[in-house]
Ligand binder design. Structure first.
Ligand SMILES: C[S@@+](CC[C@H](N)C(=O)[O-])C[C@H]1O[C@@H](n2cnc3c(N)ncnc32)[C@H](O)[C@@H]1O
Length: 292
């Protein structure tokens, strides 16, 4: 379980953002890629972590049997989830959301990669050192934001609402929120508080997409994930919380949101990947919610 209060891109929970970037880099380099992130490989190359991470399809394949099997699962998972949440956010903005808030944005490059309408404000919340690293790499790459980009360095277990407000967030305007790859790193009480804060800050017309691993204890016994992580040298059980908690859509239903759910394995099937429902991706919930 994660007890570290702060981390950078090569320590603690920050490393998971780098792993996600590696999976996006591998997908971007794969034939027929569903998602292409032009900056993902550069993040991994610049960070120089203590463990080796692939940035190409060939690199993933050649990383040894245990890692190669894990990278294939992570690549497909990241491809379908990035694709699904890109579409979710763009549709929410198309319906009138004037601001996007990426909770735990890590090395997400949506503020630079997606074509946003003029005036769209995009807030990115994550640990200060993670955001500093990301902005440094993007600046070196000459990347320009495609929106009014506002990074907010903050710990999401602290008073992130005040930090967001100080950055110009307007609770009177509809918002498109995203919590992707975050909830496993929060204790249940912080997750509950986060969802209630999102609710409190959401004007009618707001939308929220959440990714949630339903059975983290099961993931920690999944052979592909555990052997792959062990081969890299990442101690996943130390980073995540396994305590039981209500599913996010159940919590949002109680708050009066209209919710829908799918799983990563179902999303993969929609793109022609055969992924078993009782595998790692079958345990990953994609929740979409709207506040009318
Ligand atoms: C697996 S990464 C996902 C990043 C991004 N959402 C993506 O999908 O590319 C997890 C991210 O959550 C962030 N995170 C986890 N707990 C956090 C906290 N308490 N405060 C701020 N950021 C946090 C980490 O720093 C990391 O960037």
């Amino acid at each position: 379980m994660s007890t570290d209060q702060q981390w950078d891109i090569v320590s603690g929970v920050g490393m998971t953002a780098l792993m996600v970037a590696a999976a996006r880099a591998v997908e971007s380099d794969s034939p027929g890629a569903l998602v292409r992130d032009p900056y993902a490989a550069r993040f991994v190359e610049t960070a120089r972590p203590a463990f080796a991470l692939p940035t190409t399809a060939a690199g993933a394949r050649g990383s040894g049997a245990a890692q190669a099997a894990m990278w294939e699962v992570l690549r497909i998972n990241l491809a379908v989830r990035t694709h699904a949440f890109d579409s979710f956010l763009r549709e929410a903005v198309g319906r009138g959301a004037a601001q996007v808030v990426l909770l735990a944005s890590g090395l997400d490059t949506r503020a630079f990669r997606l074509p946003w309408p003029p005036g769209l404000v995009c807030f990115e919340l994550d640990q200060p050192a993670v955001l500093d690293f990301k902005l440094r790499v993007l600046e070196a790459e000459g990347a320009e934001p495609t929106c009014d980009h506002r990074p907010v360095g903050v710990d999401l277990r602290d008073d992130w609402v005040a930090a967001l407000g100080a950055s110009g967030f307007d609770p009177a305007r509809p918002t498109a929120w995203l919590a992707e790859g975050l909830l496993s790193y929060l204790p249940p009480e912080d997750e509950r508080r986060l969802l209630h804060d999102v609710h409190r800050l959401s004007a009618p017309g707001s939308a929220l997409a959440v990714e949630s691993i339903q059975d983290m204890a099961g993931v920690l016994t999944d052979a592909v994930m555990t052997e792959g992580m062990r081969a890299i040298g990442i101690d996943l059980p130390r980073l995540v919380h396994t305590d039981d908690r209500p599913a996010p859509d159940a919590q949002l239903d109680e708050l009066g949101w209209n919710t829908g759910r799918s799983t990563a394995s179902r999303a993969a099937a929609e793109h022609g990947y055969a992924v078993a429902d009782d595998s790692f991706m079958g345990r990953i919930l994609h929740v979409s919610a709207r506040r009318s």
